[in-house]
Write a protein that binds this ligand. Sequence first.
Ligand code: FE2
Length: 395
Amino acid sequence: MAPTSSTLAAPLQPDIEYHPNEEKWRVRTARRLAEDPLLPTTPLPRGFPQKLESPLVWKGSDWMDESQWVYELNESQLKEIDDAVKYFNALNQPLGYVSPTTFPLPTLSPILSELSKELHTGRGFFVLRTIPVSSYSKKDAILIYTGLSSHVGSLRGVQDHNNAIISHIKDLRNSHPEKTIGSPAYTTDKQVYHTDIGDIIALFAFETAHEGGTSRISSSWQVYNDLAASRPDLIQTLAEPWPLDGLGGTPAYSMRPLLFYEDSKIIIQYVRRLFTGFHGISRSTNIPPITEAQAEALDAIHFYAEKVALGLNFQKGDIQFINNLSIFHGRDAFVDTPEKTRHLLRLWLRNEELAWKIPTELQPTWDRVFYKTSLVEQQFPVEPEMLLMKGAKYA
Ligand SMILES: [Fe+2]
């Protein structure tokens, strides 16, 4: 008998949470493979490569020593930075006007340009060490961070509906109701592997945690190769449209793939919490659930990324730059004390000369983040705030 509307059950959200559960992942994988043993013979999406060959493909175990990715600033470079602070402050301009011209770094600028090339065509990450944070006011520390970053990528992305350019990554549960917090950025929780928005992410350590909070990165190009070799069906799943939660905004959800192959480059853009909810904000119930295949793919990304990740020894005064299109990032849970309260600042950057071609489906986001706000409108909140994206009700 053909099913009628009364016998057809609406699809349910799979049993999956923000924090990945390895046992649930293995059980789901075994069940799906038992139901369809031919899944691993699924062809890759048309045109997608069997294997990426690039310095962007790496495993954490490939790196022996942090001197391979940490660039230590010397005394004369720190003096150059200090001179640039004085130069910019004498101009009496809003911070939105910080640029390689208004924050001049005669000898450091060519080095930062080379490091930016490393982000786009090399290993995809580096760390600058050490900005003497405690020697500056918060505003000048933000100026240094913004100024140095402008030599890596001169376009800065807006991170909320009020044109905030800086976001503060800090546990804000003391000042904000738990029910309003939907992002681990504002808690002490572990953050699973994910990407942000934009070409480059810069993170500046104002202060590190009393314990834990290790920053971890993982090459999504390596994860792509591993998945393409073992589970090409999950590559197919990732390249199909997914329902992204609009977090109480309008529209309630949007559809797009998480994985793209554009201009001979694999690009992944995804945040797990938009498919699982997080903390005080559950996944919206008035939007389509994800599928079992998508749930498996989410866990596979996380656990494959975890296996090849690199933990960074992120110190107070460090700035970490990563290629957000080819590297996942995450962090361990942490414990703060009044003396050691983890506090990072984040910028989203784009270097137009070196930038990759952005897939059509992501272009509206890039337009909104990088091309709609004038320099004078850019805001640089000095104190931590919870940022809301345009249209969203929750962070
Ligand atoms: Fe992030």
